[in-house]
Design a protein around this ligand. Structure first.
Ligand code: FCB
Length: 473
């Protein structure tokens, strides 16, 4: 076996939680603890068992699109090592494992023909998890759109939403008898704005109207898929969608910077939160957009479909930004028009992302206050650091900064719960080092180290720390 023994004792010198901190007892009794991954980031086996190409396969081949020319062709080779990885997950003592299904494994062309070998893989994964006492938490879409659908127009085409609902229904047909937790989309903000406005994620297009259409059709796809899953549900179902949200701040208290913050909050957070949880797009956002010749292609009935009640809102939290006004770009038909980032002081991760645990407390409290009645689960939170490429001779990956990051963010979460936020679970991003999109393999987010030359997995100190935290419940 290519894995460090799971029974390895917990080293004595592992960092303890900061003095005076305890988590257990401050969180709900049935709080769900987990780790998360996504299909393209870990599976590899890109051309196996009939899998079709996704927009990420294509994007990775565009010169300069991904750091070091990396691709997900092999990634963590999870497709071939799944049982070993499930044992690793179970060994951490988590309640649940959040993973995503690769649409092009199930429908190589994004519609029509179903590939039974693709479905069979996830069928085995679900059974393996259940046999280890780990609840499967499925994300139906974590960015790997079948390339055939992109060739037909991608998410800016309304038809893609219907194709997504069909795909969701057929995955549920196959796995719904055993899986309670379903997330339709992961971070539609990235799929739409990074993918279709900024061009830094697949499919690498740059047109703000296309991006707005993509955002709306992702939401519509969520609503259509959610309705199909509800109809088909035979047992308990916890159904939701995951957004990346941030507690942005204004660079100063000037009216211009406060207006920039409002605009940024509109296009990062409220553009998804409001349709989902209030059944309308924010009027100030629509006004800003129309002033720049931009529009969201909403049809009658869409918002009803999108805003059917959720059992859970998944929140991915990493950091936030400070925004200042940028009069020069104010009228441009672009994503960042009228706003610019202002560097904030403080510690940063290897992604250059500032470490801001207090923002998580504020974000969760805000969601409870402004969008009450929907339980929250943190479906991703974590940090990349420059961990060594190979494991040191003593077998320890001493990632104490990642431990501190987790410790501080869990403390921030507990404070939000004490302040009244209805938070029901937490998933660390990520189970293991993996393909970090446009950053390739440079950024290591894992609790588990992956040596890409040998595919050997080694629990970092953060994994040992997390395992101890969960065992002390
Ligand atoms: C989120 C993604 C996830 C991972 C983390 C670091 O935006 O959902 O796949 O890349 O960031």
């Amino acid at each position: 076996m290519n894995t460090a023994p799971l029974t390895s004792a917990t080293p004595d010198d592992l960092p303890r939680p900061s003095p005076g901190r305890t988590l257990h007892g401050r969180l709900p009794e049935d709080f769900l603890w987990g780790v998360a991954t996504s299909s393209y980031q870990i599976e590899g086996a890109a051309a196996e068992d009939g899998r079709g190409a996704s927009v990420w396969d294509t994007f990775c081949r565009v010169p300069g699109a991904v750091a070091d020319g990396d691709t997900g062709d092999v990634a963590c080779d999870h497709y071939h090592r799944m049982p070993e990885d499930v044992a690793l997950i179970a060994g951490l003592g988590v309640d649940a494992y959040r993973f995503s299904i690769a649409w092009p494994r199930i429908q190589p062309d994004g519609r029509g023909r179903v590939e039974p070998r693709g479905l069979a893989f996830y069928d085995r994964l679900v059974d393996e998890l259940l046999a280890h006492g780990v609840a499967p938490w499925i994300t139906l879409y974590h960015w790997d759109l079948p390339q055939t659908l992109e060739d037909l127009g991608g998410w800016p085409e309304r038809d893609t939403a219907h194709r997504f609902a069909d795909y969701a229904a057929l995955v549920h047909d196959a796995l719904g008898d055993r899986v309670q937790y379903w997330t339709t989309l992961n971070e539609p903000w990235c799929s739409s704005f990074l993918g279709y406005a900024e061009g830094v994620h697949a499919p690498g297009r740059r047109d703000m109207n296309d991006a707005l259409a993509a955002a709306h059709h992702l939401l519509l796809g969520h609503g259509l898929a959610a309705a199909r899953l509800r109809e088909a549900a035979r047992g308990p179902m916890t159904l939701g969608v995951t957004l990346n949200l941030a507690d942005h701040v204004a660079a100063s208290a000037s009216p211009a910077d406060l207006a920039a913050l409002r605009r940024a909050d509109g296009l990062y957070n409220r553009v998804f939160l409001d349709p989902l949880l209030r059944g309308s797009y924010p009027q100030d956002l629509l006004d800003d957009l129309s002033g720049r010749g931009l529009r969201v292609p909403v049809r009658d009935g869409d918002l009803e479909t999108i805003s059917r009640p959720l059992d859970v809102l998944g929140v991915n939290y990493y950091n936030h930004h400070a925004f200042a006004a940028d009069p020069v770009t104010a009228d441009e038909p672009t994503y960042h028009a009228g706003t610019r980032f202002v560097e904030v002081d403080g510690e940063r991760t290897a992604m250059g992302w500032p470490v801001q645990p207090e923002g998580l407390t504020r974000l969760l409290l805000r969601l409870g206050r402004e969008y009450p009645g929907t339980p929250l689960v943190v479906t991703e939170n974590g940090s990349a650091y420059h961990d060594p490429r190979t494991v040191p001779a003593d077998g320890r990956v001493r990632d104490e900064r990642r431990v501190a990051y987790l410790d501080d963010h869990l403390e921030a979460l507990a404070r939000a719960v004490e302040g009244g936020a209805d938070v029901r679970g937490y998933f660390a991003w990520s189970l293991m080092d993996n393909f970090e999109w446009a950053e390739g393999y440079r950024s290591r987010f894992g609790l588990v180290h992956v040596d890409y030359a040998t595919q050997r997995r080694t629990l970092k100190d953060s994994a040992l720390w997390y395992r101890r935290l969960l065992s002390e419940r």
